[in-house]
Design a binder for this molecule. Structure first.
Ligand code: SF4
Length: 256
């Protein structure tokens, strides 16, 4: 190819990094080449429903925070989901059943006497060690006796995604608030698993190193690789496009 292709990063965002970690090729097609297919990704649709349900649930008075209310909220918000966005009708009904079961389990398991500190709040700040802004959404932050607890409600997650969130949240909280959360709870609603993590200051330095590495990888599309996870490929809108490979025809692009 002979040319140097450069991706500049204005802001490292959680959704860019999530997509990149899931599959660098998918990230390229969606965020760099901009070839959106008409087909929506089922995972993004389900995540949207989860975010809306969790947000509305936490805004309810404590007496109204019940399993019945969770089901009503899911029923209301899931109406926008198109069955055709899923692999099959069975896949759609299974996904809906799982998020219903596990949202009821995780949302109703404790008493929320006080409103959350943050609820789906988007933060942005310059991180000089990264040379970019860092932007992330804190799903739910609750007061605790010593500081605060961050909860993240995801459709699904894997080890790499969990590591990404631990690093991003550690770096961000230390830089923005001058303190780390007492703990993080990363909840995967497709399998009902919750990863609890207690961060330390090592996670801040490790996180900066990790984010700098990811940033370098992101900036070099020529080195992007395909995921080897079949589950991710099976729900990817770019399967046909992917067979053609990446044809880099951009000399420079800035990811905002
Ligand atoms: S089909 Fe698989 S490898 Fe290709 S872009 Fe989609 S997720 Fe990535």
């Amino acid at each position: 190819m002979g040319k140097e292709y450069q991706v500049s990063i204005a802001t490292l965002t959680d959704y860019h990094l999530q997509d990149f970690i899931r599959c660098p090729y998918q990230f390229y097609f969606h965020h760099i080449e901009g070839k959106n297919t008409t087909q929506q990704n089922w995972r993004k649709m389900v995540q949207l429903v989860i975010n809306q349900v969790v947000s509305r649930y936490y805004k309810l008075p404590p007496a109204n925070q019940t399993a019945k209310k969770v089901m009503e909220l899911i029923d209301e918000h899931s109406r926008v989901m198109d069955v055709r966005q899923f692999d099959s009708k069975i896949h759609y009904y299974r996904a809906l059943a799982k998020i219903t079961d596990y949202l009821i389990k995780f949302l109703t398991s404790g008493k929320n006497e006080y409103p959350p500190l943050f609820l789906y709040e988007k933060f942005n700040m310059v991180i000089s060690e990264l040379g970019t802004d860092l932007s992330l959404i804190l799903d739910v932050a609750e007061w605790s006796s010593n500081s605060f607890i961050i909860k993240k409600f995801l459709v699904d997650t894997n080890e790499e995604m969990t590591v990404l969130f631990i690093h991003m949240i550690s770096v961000f909280c230390q830089k923005a608030f001058g303190r780390l959360p007492e703990r993080m709870e990363i909840i995967s609603l497709m399998d009902g698993k919750m990863k609890t993590y207690i961060p330390t200051m090592n996670d801040v330095s490790d996180g900066l190193e990790y984010l700098n590495i990811i940033k370098s990888l992101l900036q070099n599309p020529k080195e992007y690789s395909k995921t080897d996870c079949l589950t991710v490929c099976n729900s990817c809108s770019y399967r046909e496009r992917c067979n053609e490979g990446i044809h880099i025809n951009l000399e420079s692009i800035t990811i905002q």
